[in-house]
Write a protein that binds this ligand. Sequence first.
Ligand SMILES: [Zn+2]
Length: 264
Amino acid sequence: MTEIDMTEYTKDFLKTEEFVKRNIIPADNGGTVCIDGRYSPEQSAGAIRAPGGDFGFIMAIQAELIEQGIASDSARLVEAYLSTVEELRVQPGGHYHSNEHNHEAGRIGCGHIAKASNPDLSHLYFPLTAEHVRNLYDVFHAHESTDQSVLEGTHEESGVLLVHGPGKGAEPKYSVNSLDTQTGEMYFVVDIDRAERFIESIAPILSEKLGLEVNVPGVRSHFMTQLGSTASLLAPSLMQYSVVIGKQGNATVSEAGKVKPADV
Ligand SMILES: [Zn+2]
């Protein structure tokens, strides 16, 4: 029997491809949850995977409004966002999460929000400052229609899955579970195309509620910058994979380079 010379790189790729194929799920647009790999299939079921969950979208919107010189009052923005998702979703409510350890200690448990609210890291989330994030968080955390999951266990993600739909205007109808409960393997999962569509769908409603223009490409750009900053802090050197899922749920996986460590 000939021994196949398989590099670690190839092994990781094949392992990831297998993981994706076993864990494709229908997307239901019922909500948004964080990209954190520890979400069980039940906890994340079909939701849009975006850093920070609903709170992450609010961070991206506020960053864009700050850049335009029209930053919103925190309470007003959170209220407008939550009432917008209530109009659009099957399951209303703004979602975010904590984790066992930090939850007990009364600290912010989602890495995306924790990093962005750290004054020493503000340059990575510019023009959003730690104070902006903190103000938004206080309102969001106290709001009656937000719900927080407490995730168990530690981060063991093997990579970052950047999930795309079929493209050419076709609706992305699938996502990937971040945790395989059979094998215990986990990945960060980001629904790139679904997040973009979500931003497109909320922007006109938010604009009307806030009485200003929420610019879609601007919000998307801040969303990607903030995602990149958090990945560079929490997942430095992890491999990213582009996962394109076609109309019938067939996935094509390809490497998309390693996450560059943050410049801190
Ligand atoms: Zn998180």
